[in-house]
Design a protein around this ligand. Structure first.
Ligand code: SAM
Length: 298
């Protein structure tokens, strides 16, 4: 397995209360001393790059809540071996921050947007911030954070009816709209029956726009499978974690905000780099731990 991607969670805090992820909020979950500092993150990323990682994605929590995030981007963009720096965000702060992030070396962005109107957005996230996210999306396109991808978690009786409107964005904008199957977690409050198989999501899109044709996108090494509505500048992706396992195609490691390296989101096993970093471990010791996590991916 060629493990070339590292997802770095820079914070556990989030400003939204998405019903599939964080409905009760995260206030007080994270104590500042417990999370990795920028120096510590940069060191772990440098050592991961020495072990073959080429792509880094910053996530959270909401990464744009992390003070000084553009400085972190600038430092990570300069790590030898890192060729691709991306960010996953809810887009609320993107309108003001996109330019600075691009200038600092961010290449591309994924924006979570599960609704096509203000009322559904409020139901999904708990806040009236739909126009801010749309403004952030347009700003990201304007400053050249490319490709822009939109992540949409589909839930029955919540936003399923919005799927064709979200898919229609690909006829107007050069974006990839990706439909993600809802996976119940310990924090999400909705039942597993809310999950909609992507087969059904695709049927809804094809009923409105005709047969989708398969496309291969550059930078599409992840779990999504891509299609296009005929004549559309954008693409439609499906991430089907519940209806079809894609573990065999997963080439990512995760670094949690408190410094644990996880071979897999669902893995019980994790490797505590924070204790090692703070106990003065040398690079060789840390590299061994990273190599062990990589080996575990098989
Ligand atoms: N705050 C950022 C954002 O909103 O994009 C980054 C963190 S968010 C947890 C990262 C991604 O996880 C989002 O794209 C969201 O779609 C996905 N996600 C979170 N909980 C999920 C769940 N229960 N089922 C499926 N996808 C989920």
């Amino acid at each position: 397995m060629n493990v070339d991607t590292l997802r770095v969670s820079v914070t556990d805090r989030c400003n939204l209360r998405c019903i599939y992820c964080n409905p009760l909020g995260t206030h007080g979950r994270e104590d500042a001393a417990g999370i990795l500092s920028f120096d510590e993150i940069c060191r772990v990323v440098r050592l991961c790059a020495e072990c073959g990682v080429r792509r880094v994605r910053l996530t959270g929590g909401e990464p744009l809540m992390c003070e000084g995030i553009a400085d972190l981007v600038r430092r990570l963009a300069a790590v030898p071996g890192i060729e691709d720096l991306a960010l996953t965000t809810n887009g609320v702060f993107l309108e003001t921050m996109a330019g600075g992030l691009k200038e600092a070396g961010l290449r591309r962005v994924n924006i979570s947007l599960d609704a096509a109107d203000e009322s559904c957005y409020r139901q999904m996230t708990g806040f009236d911030l739909f126009p801010r996210v749309i403004a952030g999306l347009h700003r990201a396109l304007a400053v050249g954070l490319a490709p822009v991808r939109i992540n949409c978690v589909v839930m029955r009786d919540v936003n399923l009816v919005q799927v064709p409107v979200l898919a229609e964005m690909t006829l107007r904008l050069p974006v990839a709209v990706r439909f993600i199957e809802y996976c119940p977690t310990t924090r999400s409050t909705r039942a597993a029956s809310c999950s909609v198989p992507n087969r059904e999501v695709r049927e809804r899109i094809e009923a409105r726009f005709g047969m989708l044709s398969s496309v291969v996108l550059p930078d599409a090494g992840g779990p999504a499978v891509y299609f296009r509505i005929e004549g559309a500048p954008g693409a439609i992706g499906f991430i089907s974690g519940r209806s079809s396992a894609f573990c065999h195609r997963c080439h990512r490691l995760r670094l949690t905000s408190d410094g644990r390296i996880k071979p897999c989101l669902h893995a019980a096993q994790s490797y505590d780099t924070r204790s090692l970093l703070r106990a003065g471990a040398d690079d060789g010791t840390l590299r061994d731990v990273i190599a062990r996590a990589i080996c575990e991916k098989g």
